[in-house]
Design a protein around this ligand. Structure first.
Ligand code: NOJ
Length: 708
């Protein structure tokens, strides 16, 4: 291969460069100044729409490239390809790795038939700040939950053999600590101790690498002064030397070019040198490698051997996907149509939406009786089909079930009145729809308030400083509840919102995040008791935005204030708000009545080569079968570094029939007690630990054990 041909493998462009096709791209678009004759060398394509588009581009490329090296087609398949399932934050709320596996397998089957070879997933950026719009792509504020869900996705995306066309390659992102952007403002700086990084932010990336993920994407942010893509500590010392990652690294969109705007590269050539030496194999959507790499090689600043190694990694990936035998990987428009949005896939998406919707509050109003005659659906989301959330890939609004449709499907004989009442737009003050809404509420037997933030208010580039319900939705809720007490709200959101006002007036609240294609059917089932809510809060819901970041596993302080009624002045507290969030991590109600009867430890002391068996007995004292998320937390009482006040060490989602009692068994081993000490050694220390079952800030049963 010539140097140009090799460099071409290291560049990714969108379909517009190769054919007359329309496509949505993220990130700044600019004319890259790449010579048309060079295009036949390009190694990969970002975001082709479907199988038809892939076939057009790949066929043209194979005819023009004398080396006959197929292009890789990569796309953001984040929570579904055509059948859209709930956003990742909601899947975190499901606390159900098997469900995540099922959803992911279905999505990659569809994506593969649609001509996708690599998905930019899983995204496992640990996040604590609800202002950051991309929390919708994460599983929330717990490193264990994030790691488990990330690893499950990698396995489900890739399967056992990448040649299997029901699977594609995964790309874990965004290393590192993108979720810690200062003040929750997307793309913002991250300054963080190594100890904090290793304890909370790095484990999920590492879990994905251990699960065998093929590719990795560094983050946009600077990390302790150096943008990740050029940050030798994270990209080389940690990723390659320590974790042994040997896969392909791809830049985020325009991230190589942004080394110039970050002010650490004077020009494109310098940016190319920094990124390439940082270990970035493929540059996405900018032309710095095109402009600079050849000269850098000629000048001896980059070794040909290093270029060859990067090309080899990319060719190996193409080979392992079977592209040299079949550049189309059996994708076709016919297969895509046959595989996508089948009844079976819709059923998975519906179950996923049911199992990832959290019942935040219920004074007994829910579930509504299926015998109600008149139902009022009030609020800006009552008929909305824009409930799939950001990154809905090829999901189409007209294929998404709204709440109104879902309720009509479930209760075809009910009289349903739909009133929007107000807008969900930021800054809207229009109350002209209130009168008709109140009338509808007063006339109905049951009222469903359909509220939330628009889907375009979360996701990339969508940070907010006020994370309440936009516009006059709280006011709408107030007058509707005053008109009819038999009211429940369903909330759509890409982040934890401040729901204190709504909580104080509304008898019942279901939080469905963005539930995907089958959202309306799932919500109808939950509202009317066909399904039983079983999800739990994956990220604390603040009372006020000023608490952000508020997270359950925060370190102990010297002046703790755990009790919100304790008003002694010299404590770590606010004058105008309690410390606890409105809904803590792990909170979530059910229509069943789960009672924790006991927690037995088979021993209270153990050594590093032993284990403790913990048996938790839970009874479903209610009248409905249900699923409970049994959560085990610990607190290290005395250690050489300050430890979190509580940390989740294990969980299991179990189905318990009405009247049934189940025993859930957990094991505690020494590695579960390890932490990064002040000198960044990963150690455990002998001593006493507190243990509890329940959810964050709410122990049901407590005990202690000791590592000797
Ligand atoms: C920007 C996003 O940060 C990243 O997550 C995504 O994979 C790429 N663009 C490609 O669309």
């Amino acid at each position: 291969m010539t140097v140009d041909e090799k460099i071409g493998q290291l560049i990714q462009l969108n379909p517009k460069f190769f054919a007359d096709v329309s496509v949505d791209v993220t990130g700044p678009w600019e004319s890259l100044g790449i010579d048309e004759g060079f295009l036949k060398n390009i190694g990969s394509v970002l975001g082709s729409r479907n199988a038809e588009e892939m076939l057009i581009i790949q066929k043209k490329h194979m005819a023009e490239d004398k080396n006959k090296i197929p292009m890789l087609f990569m796309k953001d398949v984040i929570h579904g390809y055509r059948t859209i399932y709930p956003i990742p934050l909601a899947l975190g709320a499901s606390f159900d790795p098997d469900l995540v596996c099922e959803c992911t397998q279905m999505e990659v089957k569809e994506a593969s038939a649609g001509g996708v070879h690599v998905t930019f997933a899983p995204m496992v950026d640990y996040a604590r700040d609800a202002r950051w719009g991309r929390v919708m792509e994460t599983c929330g504020e717990d490193p264990l939950l994030n790691s488990i869900m990330g690893a499950v996705q990698v396995k489900a995306i890739q399967g056992d053999d990448l040649r299997d066309t029901d699977h594609i390659a995964g790309c874990v992102k965004h290393l590192a600590a993108y979720g810690a952007a200062e003040a929750g403002r997307d793309y913002n700086t991250v300054e963080m101790s190594e100890r904090q990084l290793r304890e909370f932010y790095l484990p999920a990336y590492k879990a994905c690498i251990d699960a065998g993920v093929t590719m990795l994407m560094p983050s946009f942010n600077s990390l302790n002064g150096v943008p990740s893509i050029a940050n030798k500590w994270i990209m080389k010392t940690v990723l390659k030397d320590e974790w042994g990652f040997e896969g392909v690294v791809i830049s985020d969109s325009n991230a190589v070019g942004e080394l110039k705007t970050h002010g650490i590269a004077a020009d494109s050539k310098a940016a190319a040198e920094l990124a390439f030496k940082g270990g970035c194999d493929i540059e996405m959507m900018t032309a710095n490698y095109y402009v600079g790499l050849k000269e850098l090689i000629e000048e001896g600043k980059i070794d040909m051997a290093q270029l060859d190694a990067a090309v080899e990694r990319i060719l190996n990936l193409k080979e392992s996907l079977g592209l040299f035998e079949d550049p189309f990987r059996d994708a076709s428009p016919e297969k895509e149509t046959a595989v996508c949005l089948t009844d079976e896939h819709r059923a998975i998406a519906r179950r996923a939406a049911e199992d990832s919707t959290v019942l935040l509050k219920n004074d007994g109003t829910l579930p509504f009786s299926k015998d109600v005659k008149k139902i009022a659906l009030i609020g800006p989301f009552a008929e909305s089909k824009k409930i799939m959330g950001s990154w809905a890939c090829n999901g189409r609004d007209d294929e998404c079930v709204s709440i109104a449709e879902g309720i009509r499907n479930l209760l075809p004989n009910a009289e349903i009145t739909v009133v929007s009442g107000c807008s969900a737009e930021l800054g809207s003050t229009d109350t002209s729809g209130f009168d008709i809404a109140v009338q509808a509420a007063a006339d109905a037997d049951a009222v469903i308030l359909c509220l939330g933030e628009l889907s375009i208010y979360s996701g990339e580039g969508n940070s907010r400083v006020d994370i309440g319900l936009p516009g006059v939705q709280n006011e709408l809720a107030k007058i509707c509840v005053a008109a009819n007490k038999n009211t429940a709200a369903v909330i759509f959101n890409g982040r934890p919102l401040t729901l204190g006002e709504l909580d104080s007036i509304c008898p019942a609240i279901l939080d469905t995040f963005f539930p995907g294609s089958e959202g309306g059917n799932a919500i109808a089932n939950l509202m009317f008791g066909v399904a039983n809510p079983s999800a739990r809060v994956p990220m604390s819901f603040p009372r006020a935005v000023g608490q952000c970041p508020v997270y359950y596993n925060h370190p102990s302080t010297g002046r703790p204030k755990r009790n919100d009624f304790d008003n002694y002045r010299f404590k770590s507290r606010y004058l105008d708000c309690g410390n606890l969030p409105l809904y803590s991590f792990g909170h979530g109600l059910s229509y069943s009545d789960f009672r924790y009867e006991s927690m037995e430890l088979d021993k209270k002391q153990f050594t590093a080569d032993e284990k403790i068996t913990v048996t938790v007995t839970v009874r479903n004292a209610g009248e409905r079968d249900g699923k409970e998320v049994v959560q085990l937390y610990m607190h290290d009482l005395v250690a050489s570094s300050v430890r979190p006040v509580q940390q989740l060490i294990a969980f299991e989602k179990v189905e318990i029939a009405a009247g049934e009692t189940k025993q859930i068994v957990f094991e505690i081993t020494e590695p579960m007690l390890r932490f990064w000490d002040a000198d960044c050694n990963y150690i455990s220390e002998a001593g006493e630990f507190e243990l509890f079952v329940g959810y964050a800030d709410h122990p049901y049963i407590q005990d202690r054990f000791e590592l000797i």
